[in-house]
Design a protein around this ligand. Structure first.
Ligand SMILES: Cc1ncc(COP(=O)(O)O)c(C=O)c1O
Length: 375
């Protein structure tokens, strides 16, 4: 089986530990264990329970408490029995795609997005058709263009909402139109929803495909919106037959996700409001910093993100995105991801959910480098 190298992960691995200004990261500035314990309001109680925990495999598919807390992120269609815990969203995506993709069928995936979402179906023997999201459409999928890419062989449509790298947000009316296209083909609709709950406009929540469609399957994790990537706790939420198929695959890849990760993820979701309040304060405040910076950089252009932690920034300079990002890194250690990782040349992905000091320093360092291109 051939699988394309995962560009964005390779780029991150090669640079992130050496970066002076890491403004490529997609997680909200990670919580320390101590901070999570304080947010719980019962640090002593949580620590006591952790000390008493037996370090066996624990609940194989995720503890009942964790699965119930995850189910509560969805509507009535999703109960704890519709949830399977996986090794991060990356593990959840792999399991779901392995379970849903049939070789010889066609899969339509949006692009730009996280490469796993189309490279895995391709490796599994599907014909992948790309629905390219366009800046002029606010990087939103056009249901008519989507419909035109489907046919009788289409078994799966893949979305990422909110989107990495653009921060675009598919709202409920548009998602319902996409569901209608999937239903016409009796296709599965899989959506990576790892940035859900990080909507910038107060009162806006990204809808979930698992709530809107009987063949909708959602993935999520503790990494991004909840600032807890170190827990490696993700999930799949969907209809029982998908959960069963994922379980068959999961037996070969994952025994359990670790009792300590499970326990801490449960604590975080039980104190969801406090965790999200912190995350939203960071992303909303930092996006205002990015807005002000972009206003001073006339050769940079961006469709303003509506959710998530990233923005895709297009530039008017004559360098390839790899050359620009590498030269920037070499110039002063400012670290961003080349747009080509998302099939978008002459752009880079900025991750703006880091601590404020890193963001401000990283943007200043980027400007300093851009000036050298103009000299
Ligand atoms: C869209 C998307 N899905 C999945 C992942 C993997 O996240 P996790 O840490 O939950 O495995 C990422 C990480 O960048 C992502 O951006």
């Amino acid at each position: 089986m051939h699988i394309e190298p995962f560009f964005v992960e390779q780029w991150m691995n090669a640079h992130e530990t050496r970066a002076t200004w890491n403004i490529a990261e997609t997680c909200v500035d990670s919580l320390r264990l101590d901070e999570l314990l304080s947010l719980s309001g019962d640090a002593d109680g949580v620590l006591r329970r952790l000390r008493e925990t037996r370090l066996g495999y624990g609940d194989i598919i995720g503890s009942p408490g964790l699965r119930a807390a995850i189910a509560a992120l969805y509507g009535e269609r999703i109960g704890a029995e519709n949830v399977l815990v996986a090794n991060g969203a990356i593990g959840a995506n792999f399991l779901a795609l392995y379970a849903l993709v049939e070789p010889g069928t066609s899969v339509v995936s949006v692009q730009p997005t996280y490469q796993q979402l189309f490279s895995v179906p391709e490796a599994l023997g599907a014909e992948v058709r790309v629905l390219r999201l366009r800046a002029g459409d606010g990087y939103l999928p056009d249901p008519e263009r989507l419909r035109a890419l489907t046919d009788d062989r289409t078994s799966l449509i893949v979305l990422n909402n909110p989107n990495n790298p653009t921060g675009a947000l598919i709202d409920e009316p548009l998602l319902r139109e996409i569901v209608a296209v999937a239903r016409e083909r009796d296709a599965w609709l899989f959506c990576d929803e790892v940035y859900r709950k990080l909507e910038h406009e107060p009162g806006t929540t990204a809808p979930s495909v698992a709530d809107l469609y009987e063949k909708g399957v959602s993935s999520g994790s503790m990494s991004k919106s909840y600032s807890l990537a170190g827990l490696r706790a993700g999930w799949i939420a969907g209809p029982p037959e998908v959960i069963e198929r994922c379980l068959e695959v999961r037996d070969y890849t994952t025994i359990s996700c670790g009792v300590l990760d499970d326990a801490l993820a449960t604590v975080a979701l039980e104190h969801l409001d406090a965790v999200l309040e912190r995350s939203l304060q960071i992303v909303r405040g930092n996006l205002a910093v990015v807005d002000a910076w972009l206003a001073r950089e006339p050769r940079l252009h961006c469709v303003r993100p509506r959710a998530g932690t990233t923005a895709l920034i297009r530039y008017d300079y004559q360098l390839s995105s790899v050359d620009l990002c590498q030269a920037l890194f070499d110039c002063n250690g400012a670290f961003v991801v080349p747009g080509i990782a998302f099939g978008e040349e002459h752009s880079f992905r900025l991750g703006y959910a880091c601590d404020r000091e890193t963001l401000v320093g990283g943007l200043a360092a980027t400007s300093e480098y851009l000036r050298t291109l103009e000299a």
